[in-house]
Design a protein around this ligand. Structure first.
Ligand code: ATP
Ligand code: MG
Length: 416
């Protein structure tokens, strides 16, 4: 039998119901702060990501689904949302609108990663971006909005890790100093860290080797090297989070898999997720639009994984659809079927949730099924002119002309 491709999954009705709740809550939290929905294409020109996300990142080097569009042009299934949103911002001249332009999305993304719990090849993210403002208030607002979203979704245990990356130039200088420091302590480092000093010195901070950890305790820190402007910006962001009562941990070695970040960087982690502990994260990307050959326009934003948020929120009860009216067929003659079919349709048009017997059950089976569906009323339609209307709560049943069924229910029943 053909199965869904590796790393993908089906969203079944109960899952879809949970996702609808998530979407409605995201719309409410972000809408209340003036963020408006945007949807960009599922695929984009490959250069958007190689330039935007960065040639050296894992995403661009190993994880993109790229294909030829038939005309010799390379397209890529979007692996992330920030570069496409910035492309749309430029393409539609949004720099002429009042700034910052505040946008949010809920879309699917694609990465050719090794599938495991919380890691898929097609996954969904809720994301928010504010483009066109450099103020620390914008960073703080976005962090608080993500915290708020996690809270209303029931992700209670999320830890916020916070750092600042400063400018790319500061970072390059810092990396040189870190390399020099690591070379000076080479003998005390584990072999794998030693081998990667020149390639990726930051990795030394993640090592669990005892000798390496001792060396790293004395290593220079990027946070201590920020320019006065960047340090001041970061201090303002922290002040606003402190005032809002949002707890965070300074994590000077926080790195995220996208090259475009500058200044503020953060991630929410949930211990209930196991190895894939990141629920969502974001940062400032003041150089991204320039990298995409646009003007110099700052931005900041975040993305959070839908699957991981749902996992971290745990099993939430899902509401089954209400059924106001179940139309049962007591005769299989054409008259009953036509009356019943019309009745169900009229009921829906009148705003009721109505279902019609579709499986050819006997009357007893139909009543049992209506009970299972928790139908409020059952209309039993036979060959007679009158219809038997049964109130499933009281068990009472009386005969009434078919035309009376809907007005009776509208008068007497719950209306959702
Ligand atoms: P990770 O460290 O787990 O690889 P990341 O740094 O690659 O995450 P981002 O690119 O910042 O993540 O994406 C933001 C969020 O999207 C992540 O925090 C996570 O919740 C979710 N996410 C990322 N990749 C996947 C994936 N392959 N499957 C499911 N969710 C994902
Ligand atoms: Mg990743």
């Amino acid at each position: 039998m053909i199965q869904a491709p590796r790393g993908t999954y089906d969203v079944l009705p109960d899952d879809a119901a949970r996702r609808e709740v998530l979407e409605a809550r995201a719309a409410k939290v972000l809408g209340a702060a003036g963020y408006r929905r945007i949807e960009t294409p599922t695929f984009e020109a490959t250069e958007l990501f190689s330039r935007g996300v960065g040639e050296a990142t894992d995403i661009v080097r190993k994880e993109m689904y790229s294909f030829d569009d038939g005309g010799g042009r390379s397209l890529t299934l979007r692996p992330e949302g920030t570069a496409p949103v910035c492309r749309a911002y430029m393409e539609h001249g949004m720099h002429k609108l009042a700034q910052p332009v505040k946008l949010w999305y809920l879309s699917s993304f694609f990465r050719a990663e090794a599938p495991q719990r919380g890691r898929y090849r097609q996954f969904w993210q809720v994301g928010a971006e504010a483009i066109g403002s450099e103020t620390p208030e914008t960073d703080a607002e976005l962090i608080l909005l993500l915290a708020e979203l996690l809270e209303v979704l029931g992700v209670g245990d999320a830890r916020l890790l916070l750092s600042s990356l400063g400018q790319p130039e500061t970072r390059a200088e810092y990396r040189d100093d870190l390399r020099a420091y690591l070379h000076a302590h080479e003998a005390e480092l584990s072999e794998d860290v030693r081998e990667r000093i020149d390639l990726n010195p930051m990795r030394a901070f993640d090592s669990s080797d005892r000798g390496t950890r001792a060396v790293m305790a004395g290593a220079p820190m990027l946070l201590d090297r920020l320019t006065p402007e960047d340090a001041e910006h970061f201090a303002r962001v922290r002040e606003l989070l402190d005032d809002a009562g949002l707890a965070y941990e300074l994590e000077p070695t926080l790195v995220r898999g996208l090259d475009y970040y500058t200044r503020t960087l953060w991630e929410f982690q949930s211990s209930s997720l196991g190895a894939q502990s990141a629920v969502g994260g974001g940062g400032r990307y003041d150089r991204l639009i320039e990298q995409l050959e646009g003007p110099s326009i700052p931005g900041v934003g975040w993305a959070a994984g839908v699957e991981r948020m749902l996992m971290a929120a745990g099993e939430q009860p899902v509401g089954t659809p209400l059924v106001d009216l179940y139309v049962a067929l007591a005769a299989d003659g054409g008259g009953a079927v036509r009356t019943g079919f019309g009745l169900a349709r009229d009921a829906r048009r009148a705003g009721l949730q109505a279902q019609l017997e579709l499986a050819g059950r006997g009357l007893k089976g139909q009543l049992k099924h209506a009970d299972r569906l928790k139908a409020r009323y059952v209309a039993i339609v036979g060959d007679r002119d009158e219809v038997g209307l049964k109130d499933m709560e009281s068990g009472e049943q009386h005969d009434t002309p078919a035309a009376n069924v809907i007005p009776t229910i509208l008068r007497g029943s719950r209306l959702s």
